[in-house]
Design a protein around this ligand. Structure first.
Ligand code: NOJ
Length: 584
């Protein structure tokens, strides 16, 4: 491994005479100890098994909407702690909390004004410590949302930065002169509408904000920003956080020349802005250096880094894993998320892509920015079956699933009915084309009591109308509920070696309706057959072409009534039925 380093050392030190020989010996000594350490680390890793996050199921919680412990209409940290037993019962290993830091809440917490505290709406640092400690008792780790691209305009760093052109923190953000009087520096637009530049009349300069004007972008070209942000990461790691979901990580750098972005064929978006190809302000290669250095910090604490990595191609996505696996362990594959219709060929293709290289795939179906899968994929007739089908897909694949709170009970999207009801600013601006994100952020449905047991007072965002039927309490009692299906599936996933570590082998690859595969491990096979159509299907598996011999299948879990033992030459599937079995 260090042969190359040895040769290089020969070259460098040969010109230095006797001193060179001593230095060379010292260097080789260091390299030798380093190599021994690496080998020991590898042995320790082998003994200890895979890293903790590799088998973990993650669960995203939007704190504002999960459980309200003090009955003010907003969820809070104590509320989450009170539900840890439920999450443990369900089979969750790690929670990703969306931002609970102090914030003016312009973007509901994604505008952070202090990275090392808790917003009083959600509680205190002591509450966070308690959540972390109680989670630990139940084997549930806490991942925080690290808003790395921007702060709030109320963050003391920005207040200082805007105070004068000569302030030492001026360069912590991106300030520029306008093109001409009243004209922003270039044509870049904000994702949330309008120009990505805000004029500060006092200094007659503009600052850059990819999101709201209240979210100025940090200048990651300034090393002081990196130091300050890495210190934040260390601070939370020392407090017991198990890792971070990195917000808007594709946005960290911009072209210093501020070259205008090309426009896309006269297209106009929901906010009335011309659509651009954002080639000068997204995915600049410099960001990977930051991620590699952050990974080193994270590794000191055995932490995990999840990336909000919106990418169009597999090659782009791969970059976020790093060349030697030295960037993010878990960059989210939003191309899987974007499939958007129940289609065996489409999902098959996405899985094949994710399986085509070493990195751990990361699968999500919905989150706090995107419509819930129950609504997005539901056909209005088989919604519950479809909810179980999708669960059966991403909870049996090799990779990391990130669930979104409430999907396990089949929560639907509940978009605002009128513009006046909208709370998310982009929903107000984009109405009715874009109704904003309130619909996927409704309160968790705990029971059939008023406000779905979320709070004793009117919640900040209305509870969905179907809560009397779809809630934790009712579904725990019903053995056929979506909730119990998730629970059984999670338990299977955690205990079956093939589901934990098995290789993915695609079956019946030309089938337009049924997605079938096995997870194979040490000569054992778990079969997964998913009917992605609204009609009955009967399939014969092409196992022999994969050198898999089996006589029958023993059902481990199915979303419809089926005999305990099956004939692998004819598996009958109900519409959108999911069938998981051990091959024997
Ligand atoms: C992505 C987050 O998921 C979203 O909710 C937020 O508005 C933007 N980043 C800006 O932080």
């Amino acid at each position: 491994m260090f042969g190359g380093a040895n040769l290089a050392a020969d070259k460098i030190f040969s010109g230095l005479g006797a001193n060179g020989i001593v230095m060379r010996r010292q260097l080789l000594g260091v390299l030798f100890s380093f190599s021994v350490c690496l080998n020991l680390a590898a042995v320790a890793q082998e003994k200890a098994g895979p890293p903790w996050w590799q088998h973990a199921v993650f669960y995203e919680i939007y704190p504002r909407s999960f459980a309200d412990s003090n009955n003010d209409g907003l969820g809070d940290i104590k509320g989450i702690t009170s539900k840890l037993d439920y999450l443990h019962w369900l089979g969750i290993d790690a929670i990703w909390l969306t931002p609970m830091f102090p914030s003016p809440q312009v973007d509901f917490g994604y505008d952070v004004s202090d990275y090392e505290n808790v917003d009083p709406h959600y509680g205190t640092l002591a509450d966070m410590d308690q959540l972390i400690a109680e989670g630990k008792k139940r084997g549930i780790r806490i991942i925080l949302d690290f808003v790395v691209n921007h702060t709030s305009d109320q963050h003391p760093w920005f207040i200082e930065s805007r105070s004068s052109k000569t302030n030492p923190k001026r360069d912590w953000y991106i300030w520029r002169d306008g093109k001409s009087a009243g004209q922003p520096p270039n044509n870049w637009t904000s994702l949330f509408g309008g120009p990505a530049w805000q004029l500060d009349p006092a200094a007659n300069q503009w600052y850059y904000h990819y999101f709201y004007a209240a979210q100025p972008d940090l200048n990651w070209r300034n090393p002081e920003v990196e130091t300050a942000m890495f210190d934040v990461a260390r601070w939370w790691y020392r407090r017991g956080a198990a890792g971070f979901r990195l917000d808007a990580v594709t946005n960290l750098f911009e072209d210093p020349e501020l070259t205008d972005n090309p426009l896309v064929d006269h297209q106009i978006n929901a906010y009335g802005d011309p659509v651009q190809q954002e080639i000068h302000n997204l995915e600049l290669p410099e960001l990977h250096g930051v991620l590699q250095r952050l990974r080193k910090v994270s590794d000191e604490y055995d932490g995990v880094l999840i990336g909000e990595t919106w990418t169009d191609t597999l090659d782009q996505l791969k970059l976020y894993y790093g060349q030697y696996g030295n960037e993010l362990q878990l960059p989210i594959d939003f191309r899987f998320f974007a499939v958007g219709k129940i289609s065996a060929p489409e999902f098959r293709k996405q899985i094949a892509d994710a399986e085509s290289f070493e990195g751990q795939p990361v699968y999500v179906f919905s989150n706090h920015d995107e419509p819930r899968q129950y609504t997005k994929y539901g056909d209005g007739q088989h919604n519950d079956q479809i909810a179980k089908l999708l669960a059966s897909l991403y909870l049996t694949l090799r990779g990391t699933p990130i669930m979104y709170y409430g999907e396990e009970i089949g929560m639907e999207n509940n978009d605002p009915k009128t513009k006046e009801d909208v709370q998310d600013p982009i929903g107000k601006l984009g109405w009715p084309k874009d109704k904003g994100r309130d619909g996927e952020r409704t309160p968790m449905q705990w029971n059939a009591q008023p406000n779905a047991g979320f709070s004793q007072v009117k919640p900040w965002n209305p509870v969905d109308a179907l809560y009397k039927q779809y809630n934790v309490e009712a579904e725990r009692r019903d053995p056929d509920s979506i909730l119990n299906y998730y629970r059984n599936l999670l338990s299977l996933r955690h205990t079956n070696p093939a589901l934990l570590d098995g290789k993915y082998v695609a079956l019946n690859q030309d089938d337009p309706n049924v997605l079938a595969y096995v997870r194979s491990y040490a000569g054992k096979y778990v079969l997964i057959v998913l009917n992605m159509s609204g009609s009955h299907q009967a399939i014969k598996l092409d196992l022999p072409s994969k050198d898999i011999s089996a006589k029958s299948s023993k059902v481990l879990l199915a979303s419809f009534k089926t005999p305990k033992r099956g004939n692998i030459n004819k598996i009958d599937l109900e519409p959108f039925g999911a069938y998981i079995a051990q091959l024997e």
